[in-house]
Design a protein around this ligand. Structure first.
Ligand code: HEC
Ligand code: HEC
Length: 190
């Protein structure tokens, strides 16, 4: 009886489910991985990791990038003409990848300073207490540190085209040294 049931499921899987799962993700994914790293864990300075980012954050950013509302010149060709369905598939793919542990080891003084700042500025109220992100709010934990510094500076200094004004407000008058401490703390919090 058991075997018979299992057999019936195997038959259903082979006929209907497997072909759907086997459909290849857009070939462009290889292009994305070339910069964003295997499985979306970046090994290139200035290029963010995408692994485990919330689906909605990835979809939003890819639409902004495709429409040129967020400008990343080196990515323009990669996102040109991406269909909405491809964006959804790419977002689901990277959201389900396992994030690599952060580079380097935490510095106690920077961790303490970063934690105090993040608490005072309520960063976790949007990005979650462990900074794994949610909905349109990106994951910050395990991200590349120098990328977080650059991203925060660009919000604070209004140089991120298409950047959310909430983030400019969150970082209003935060000093360069405090941005560095925040980035260090966020990357190493798990
Ligand atoms: C030539 C290198 C390159 C290629 C190819 C590339 N990207 Fe990027 N991407 C970047 C860089 C660099 C940034 C960060 C730019 C910045 O400083 O804001 C970025 C930013 C992003 C972001 C925003 C992430 C965040 O945390 O804000 C997403 C999402 C993204 N890329 C997805 C993709 C996808 C999907 C593809 C393939 C279709 C792709 N990228 C191809 C270099 C690349
Ligand atoms: C009110 C909600 C909110 C608060 C509070 C907030 N953020 Fe954000 N943050 C966002 C949203 C939404 C985005 C995506 C913005 C966009 O689309 O450009 C973001 C983006 C970011 C990014 C860009 C990451 C990437 O991958 O591109 C960084 C870094 C960041 N936040 C750090 C912080 C820090 C540090 C604090 C505390 C000082 C903070 N945020 C407080 C909502 C918030």
């Amino acid at each position: 009886m058991r075997l018979h049931r299992a057999g019936r499921w195997a038959w259903l899987t082979a006929l209907f489910i497997a072909p759907v799962l086997a459909q290849p993700l857009p070939g462009r994914l290889q292009l994305c991985d070339a910069c964003h790293g295997p499985g979306g864990n970046s090994q290139i300075a200035g290029t963010p990791s995408l692994a485990a980012q919330p689906v909605i954050f990835l979809e939003n950013q890819l639409v902004l990038l495709r429409e040129g509302m967020r400008e990343v010149p080196q990515m323009a060709a990669a996102v040109q003409g991406l269909k909405d369905a491809e964006i959804r598939a790419i977002a689901r793919h990277y959201a389900s990848q396992r994030p690599a542990p952060p580079r380097g080891s935490p510095d106690a003084a920077l961790m303490k300073r970063g934690a105090a700042l993040a608490g005072k500025l309520h960063c976790g109220s949007c990005h979650e207490a462990d900074f794994r992100g949610r909905e349109q709010m990106p994951r910050l934990a395990t991200q590349r540190e120098e990328y977080l510094v650059a991203a925060m500076n660009s919000y604070r200094d209004y140089t991120r085209k298409g950047g959310d004004t909430m983030m400019a407000a969150a970082l209003y008058s935060v000093s360069d040294a405090d941005v560095k401490a925040l980035a260090h703390y966020l990357v190493h919090t798990r």
